[in-house]
Each structure stands twice: as C-alpha cells, then as structure tokens.
Design a protein around this ligand. Structure first.
Ligand SMILES: [Zn+2]
Length: 239
C-alpha cells in the first residue's frame, strides 16, 4: 500500500530528473538517508523554490510505497532555511561540505538520530555566529566518531600499527600514508572538550586546526580520496 508520511529532514542535495523533476536527498531523523522525487521542482514557478538548498531543515510530506526505495515528495516546508548563511562564501561552502559528509557517512534507512542531532548542532552554532573553522572541525570529528572512523590513539590510523599507550600520535611516520600527525597538548585538550561537550565557540584555533587535520587525513584514508566539497573549501580558503 501507499502511506503518507511526515518527517523532519535536512536537505542534502538534489539532481535533475527528466525535464521538470528533481531527485532530492534527505537526512531524516528516524529513517536515515532517503531519496524522493519532487515533481515539477525545476523552473521558476516551482512550489519547491527556495526549499532545496543544502542543509535547509524542513518538514517533508511524502508518499511511501511498500518495497520502493524512492519516495514521492508531496511538500517541503522549511523549518529553518539555510540561505541566510550562504551569503557568506566560507559558510556557503561549509553547508555543502556538511551535506556531502552526511550523504557519504549516513547509511540508507537506518535510524540517524545522532547524525541528525549533530547536523542540528552544527547549524545552531553557525546561526549563533560561531567561527566556521571550529564548527567544521567539530562536525568532522563527530561524523567520523559516529561512523566508528575517528582514529584511536592506540594504533596508527593509516597502517594499523599498535602505538605506545597514552600517545597522542594518530598517524605514525610509516609511508605511504604520509607524514606523522601528533596532537600537541592543546590539540589533545580540544579533542577531549569536543568529545564531551557541545561546541565551545571560543575553542582555541590551534587545537581546532590540529583536529581538522586529523579528521581530514582519517576521512581521506577511509574513502581513498577527499570529498569534492572539501577540496573546493580548501582551494578557496587556502586551508
Ligand atoms: Zn602508520
């Protein structure tokens, strides 16, 4: 049968389907990543206009047919549109990076409550004016952590070699996985705070930068490549 459902969701991205429709990728709270068809979503008079920007949070009504992955989207009512943030280039690129990371690391149809909470917290922080590099590093550390991919200090995240206990070395000096990465005391303290608390907008930039580099390496190491949005972000910001 066909069921009408309502779900809160973050818009992760869209791509064109046929002449007038779009496929919309969503992060829902209860059923992970979903894909739906938004009919007549292309063109200047579409009812979906202004609702499909990455990381817009919305209430989505859709029809779900048993046994079908793709749902049919009836309406999207923004709870919090992301466009006020995208007036700033760095924040705009960050929205794409969040969306691409969620698209990559959240699996289809599994409950995604922790990922949803992370997305909400990152967006709350950006809207509250937290520095984008801190929000980005916090998000990157946590999405890897929730995926079971954040390195443990007990072994090299590149080659798996066991490291001395209590070390702050995340990648050893073995090639070919690149240079060693060792957290300074500031980096280690920032990591402890990240993992135990909501984002502190005053997080020290040095510690933030170290964690960003561990997360970047761990992500690249797992995927075998860097995410497209992160490459653009790095090029534009010279990070
Ligand atoms: Zn190694």
């Amino acid at each position: 049968g066909v069921r009408l459902q309502t779900a809160d969701a973050f818009i992760l991205g869209t791509h064109p389907l046929k002449e007038r429709d779009r496929i919309v990728s969503l992060l829902t709270r209860d059923s992970g990543r979903r894909r739906g068809v938004a009919r007549r979503a292309r063109g200047a008079r579409s009812a979906f206009l202004g609702t499909l920007e990455p990381m817009t949070e919305a209430r989505v009504m859709f029809f779900e047919r048993e046994g079908r992955e793709l749902v049919s989207i009836d309406s999207i009512d923004p709870i919090r549109p992301s466009f006020p943030l995208s007036k700033d280039l760095e924040r705009a690129l960050l929205l794409s990076a969040f969306a691409e990371s969620l698209e990559t690391f959240v699996s289809d149809s599994d409950p995604a409550e922790p990922f949803y909470r992370l997305a909400r917290h990152a967006m709350d922080s950006l809207f509250a004016g937290a520095p984008p590099p801190a929000v980005a590093a916090y998000f990157d550390v946590w999405i890897l952590k929730l995926s079971g991919l954040f390195p443990s200090p007990a072994e090299c995240a590149g080659c798996g070699r066991l490291l001395e206990p209590k070390t702050t070395l995340y990648f050893d000096e073995n090639r070919p996985h690149g240079e060693a990465i060792r957290l300074t005391d500031e980096g280690a303290a920032t990591l402890r705070t990240f993992l135990s608390s909501p984002l502190d907008p005053q997080a020290r930039p040095g510690g933030v930068a170290e964690l960003a580099s561990v997360a970047r390496r761990a992500r690249r190491n797992f995927l075998g490549h860097e995410l497209k949005s992160h490459r653009v972000l790095a090029e534009v910001l010279g990070a």
